[in-house]
Design a protein around this ligand. Structure first.
Ligand code: ATP
Length: 806
């Protein structure tokens, strides 16, 4: 995720090394390098140019060009990189290195992956995963050890045999395995992959309830006496916020609360010395309840206190775990780990009793239920069966051994680290995560990893003050939190001086983008940036732009990012952020022209249609919207949605300004987006033949596909005999002529504009300019937004002309 910048000297030597490496590069490498540099130049982005240059701006690199692998570039394992090439390392290896064709002349030639794979015979031509996922052979064959280890076909439940082993002459698995091992002396056997099976079992008549989420009593309040300082204040500040809480009737409701938190100038140690930490909610002042008092009242009460004030505070549940941990660490620095708690005799006895009762999870179609495993006499049950009593209704069931998983004692229900579970199985993990989530604890350690469950609301657990509590901490000193993850990575960066990365995985809507933003915010806040190279405002502006151009509402997430991105932060020797970049890839471009059923197009279209000002609206011909739109772009219907979209449009304009996009450049974006809108409104489709119009008075060509014959682009009054002979572009007054019989030139350079339709020709100018950028690769578009617009623009052209620009 972030890189450490070497000192000048090191950088110099690196540069030399790179140059030498480049000299050694194959022709293909050079071609691709050239392609990349053209693209970088094309987008006006200079990530690789000079770190010093980059100090003055936020760098945003171009997306990785997506290339469909041709047959010659099959993505097999890079054997050399993985050290799997026989004879490549270690003296006295009995297997001499294998040479690629042409390697005698050029020792640096690596060849294609396919060529390298071919050196190892046909067995390698199948990756382990491919081998395992192939359907089982028709004839039953002896199982290879890996397959016997538990890999089973998810559909049939039958163990699946690796065809690589099955194809061995004679079908002797052991011999086949040995043969494979013989071929790759240092290659480890592929790990036994276990495809999760869908549990379909039901137990009719039994009450198969999920274990209830235990409601935790609110964290205990603390009473603190805070002395007035020489400066006249008490060293803490008040923060007002709204929280979701359950009211007296059990329904969730919003409530205004006040936090008493360490002041901005208060160091972490002093804050802990005071006994106040972020997330401490003010309950009483000098014995008087203040939970329903106004801020002014509270301030007045504190001001009137003498030399000291007595505060009663209670941590909010989201931060209760961290709160405990911080205070405990401060009062009693841990030897084994921040939040380690010893057990009392009673707890140990209860734990022991739990194990004696043999509690298990009965796994079924709807989840898992707590049950007790009953002892039975040997031979009283069929082989592989066990008897359980459900805790929910006491019913007795004979179930398969595989249907039960060992449960953990209740004191581990909210354990901070899943790795601490005594019995680590799927039901126990889900049970722990459920119980924690029920207690507003969204983060859980899982060994070196972290599981974050989307808390949906915006809880008060992310703030700059909370960030400062993590500063300098080790992983084991803190309870789980996304900042703890960022801190661990930052600490490793500083101590090991090696690049660190954090990968966020999860299904759509699980909170990856939000967590990534928290990670970056933490790193930037805690590490700082020399001379404010990197500002939160700029960062926010980048995300606003990305969110507008690359997000859309889907069935899983109302604001889903339809691209992948890699954020890179560069740090200097002192550990400060010197530059940042975002690399985007896999943008779901097809959404522009093919909106999935029930989902939305990219946000920016809604923003534009709702928020553009009246003069621009007239210029873009957006005063009336098409009833049918080939791309499915239509304005919001609900007033509140429209209002929100209009606000977002203003926000986007402000963000673009922060990124240095001038008003004129912004206008170019709106013109291009307007053009895309009109193409869809005109019914442009790929399937239909191109309809060609020549705009009179100029040599511009307008190429457009229409579901009908293109007449919907022309003013109807001028139609003659079903086909327009001489007409004007509908609603624009630009005269044009049907030259449909002339086929458009094969190459795109003949295209000099999209439907922009203006008497003044200004829009043609912008369209032509963007086209020129696409063709020449010399446009100095300065940021990610132009990049996206250009992508959209090129997509439109791609839509009609194949992959000319992509
Ligand atoms: N830690 C969090 N705190 C508060 N709200 C969150 C958090 N994580 C996610 N959310 C909420 O969930 C929504 C979806 O999250 P997000 O867009 O980050 O998911 P994602 O995994 O990036 O989805 P996609 O892959 O579709 O882009 C956010 O709009 C936000 O409202």
């Amino acid at each position: 995720m972030f890189h450490l910048i070497k000192k000048d000297k090191e950088r110099e030597s690196l540069r030399k090394e790179k140059k030498e490496k480049k000299d050694r590069m194959s022709q293909a490498d050079l071609c691709s390098l050239e392609e990349m540099s053209v693209r970088r130049g094309f987008f006006g982005l200079h990530r690789g140019a000079s770190k010093r240059d980059s100090k003055t701006r936020l760098e945003i690199s171009s997306p990785i060009p997506i290339k469909v692998a041709s047959d010659a570039e099959l993505s097999l394992t890079d054997i050399q990189a993985e050290g799997g090439v026989p004879g490549e390392e270690g003296g006295g290896d009995p297997h001499p290195p294998l040479l690629l064709p042409g390697a005698e002349k050029d020792p640096h030639r690596r060849g294609s992956v396919k060529e390298r794979a071919a050196m190892f015979g046909p067995v390698l031509a199948k990756t382990p995963s491919q081998a395992l996922m192939d359907p089982p052979p028709a004839l039953p064959l002896p199982l290879a050890p890996a397959a016997a280890d538990g890999f089973a076909d998810a559909r049939s439940g039958e163990p699946v045999q690796s065809p690589a082993l099955a194809s061995h002459p004679g079908g002797d698995a052991a011999a086949a395995a040995a043969a494979v091992v013989g071929e790759y002396p240092r290659q480890r056997p592929p790990p036994a992959t276990r495809v999760p099976e869908l549990v379909e079992k039901t137990f009719p008549g039994a009450d198969l309830a999920l274990p209830a989420v235990a409601l935790q009593p609110p964290p205990s309040p603390r009473v603190l006496d805070v002395a007035r300082r020489d400066t006249g204040d008490f060293g803490f500040s008040l923060r007002r916020t709204t929280l979701m809480e359950r009211g007296a009737d059990g329904r969730p409701c919003r409530r205004v609360v006040h936090f008493a938190e360490p002041g901005a100038s208060t160091t972490r140690d002093r804050a802990l010395g005071l006994g106040l930490v972020p997330g401490d909610r003010l309950v009483e002042i000098n014995g008087v309840g203040v939970e329903s008092r106004s801020r002014d009242d509270i301030v007045e009460m504190i001001r009137r206190s003498g030399d000291s004030v007595r505060l009663k505070v209670r941590p909010i549940s989201e931060l209760s775990e961290l709160n405990l941990c911080w205070l405990r660490n401060y009062q009693d620095p841990p030897r084994r780990g921040g939040c380690y708690e010893g057990k009392t005799e009673e707890q140990l006895a209860a734990e022991q009793a739990w194990y004696l009762t043999d509690k298990v999870w009965l796994v079924h179609k709807d989840g898992f239920s707590l049950a007790t495993l009953l002892k039975t006499e040997a031979g009283s049950l069929p082989e592989g069966k066990v008897k359980v009593r459900l805790d929910s209704d006491g019913s007795l069931l004979e179930v398969d051994e595989d249907d039960v998983e060992k449960a953990n004692p209740p004191h581990l229900d909210r354990v901070e680290d899943l790795g601490s579970l005594r019995s680590l199985n799927e039901s126990s993990v889900i049970h722990t995560l459920r119980q924690r989530y029920g207690g507003n604890l969204a983060h859980t350690h899982a060994g070196p990893h972290m599981v974050v469950l989307n808390p949906v609301s915006t809880p008060a657990m992310y703030s700059e003050k909370v960030m400062h509590m993590f500063k300098g901490c080790r992983r084991e000193d803190t309870a789980p939190h996304i900042y703890a993850m960022a801190q661990t990575a930052y600490r490793s960066l500083l101590t090991t001086r090696q690049d660190q990365s954090v990968v966020l995985l999860g299904k759509s809507g699980s909170g990856k983008t939000t967590s990534a933003q928290h990670l970056v915010q933490y790193l930037v806040t805690i590490a700082g940036s020399p001379s404010r190279t990197f500002s939160a405002e700029k960062w926010q502006a980048v995300y606003t732009a990305l969110e507008a151009f690359g997000h859309a509402s889907t069935s899983l997430n109302p604001n889903a990012s339809r691209f992948t991105h890699v954020v890179a932060l560069d740090f200097d020797q002192a550990g400060q952020v010197t530059s940042a970049s975002i690399q985007t890839m896999l943008l779901e471009k097809t959404r522009v022209t093919r909106r999935p059923e029930g989902e939305a197009t990219f946000n920016v279209f809604y923003y534009l249609l709702a928020g553009v000002d009246s003069s621009m609206r007239t210029e873009l011909h957006l005063n009336h919207f098409a009833e049918n739109h080939a791309f499915g772009i239509a304005p919001h219907q609900k007033a509140e949605d429209k209002q929100r979209a209009a606000q977002q449009f203003s926000k986007l304009q402000a963000a673009l300004k922060v990124l240095g996009v001038s008003g004129e450049e912004q206008k170019a974006f709106w013109l291009v987006l307007g053009a895309i809108y009109h193409l869809g409104a005109a019914g442009a489709t790929k399937e239909r033949p191109l309809f060609t119009l020549q705009v009179s008075g100029g040599d511009e060509m307008l190429l457009i596909g229409s579901e009908r014959d293109g007449s919907d682009l022309m003013s109807e009054s001028s139609l003659t005999g079903g086909r327009p002979a001489a007409s004007e572009l509908r609603g624009t007054g630009v005269p044009c002529q049907d030259i449909n019989n002339q086929r458009p030139p094969a190459r795109a350079p003949a295209v000099s504009g999209l439907l922009m339709g203006s008497r003044s020709g200004r829009r043609w100018f912008w369209a032509s300019q963007l086209k020129a950028a696409l063709l020449s690769g010399s446009q100095s578009s300065r940021d990610i937004v132009s990049l996206y617009v250009l992508k959209f623009f090129s997509l439109c052209l791609f839509f009609f002309f194949g992959d000319v620009f992509l």
